[in-house]
Design a binder for this molecule. Sequence first.
Ligand code: ZN
Length: 274
Amino acid sequence: MKNILFIMFIGLVNMILSPCYGQKKIDVTYVANSGFLIESSGKQIIIDALFNQGWGNYLVPADSIVSSIITQKDPFNNSNLMLITHDHGDHFNPSMVAAYLIHNTENILIAPPGVTDILLKYPDYKKFKNQIVQLDENNDLKIDTTIQGVRVRSFFIQHDSRPEIENVGYLIEINGLKIFHSGDYNGSEIVEFKKLQLQNEDIDLAFLNFYGFWNNKAEREFTEQHINPKNIALMHIPPAEIKTVKDSISLINDFIDISVFENSMKRKSFFYDK
Ligand SMILES: [Zn+2]
């Protein structure tokens, strides 16, 4: 009897301490720059991860990682949905993305016209044109779509302080969890962004461009008022600035938890009571 009670007690303690008890999680694998593999309940999304231009400043994925993404090798085995925020060389490489789509005929790409128009000029475009969702600001079915069990809402939001550059932010819903990725939006345009009312979405994890959102009081207030995520992962940080960024973050009190990814293929899990 004593033994049974003891086993029951241990079982109860395990249940309470286990991170899975009453919790959901998002697993994040950093690829490079603003590129990540995002995973929850067996569903995977890749965003801004196939590129080779660092402009001498930003981290780029190693050839072996690019090849793992294209051939869906571990840890990218179930990554059948790809999102791209905009056509810049530190977020998107056309031939890599074409190879990914040709290699995985069931996989889908969601991206704005600046990205998809380039892909659709490829000699082989017929092989993958049905795998592409070309975003259209005026088409609600494309702006709010559910693919491979993942709901993706897309927002045309300004690229840093340059309105002439097309850029898309994504609100992704998997397994009852909400994830936002800003692309290169940095908070300098506020009128249109405020209309999105993202603070009412109960966002769990926000991937935010480090050139905005956190580094002074006004930016932090903007983030709390207009996005209000439970966790932040800062992205687009030049490797040479990682240490300074980490030091600055360590001095911030009373703000949303911020994670910084340094090395390619580093994984981190985020837990949520749901
Ligand atoms: Zn850009």
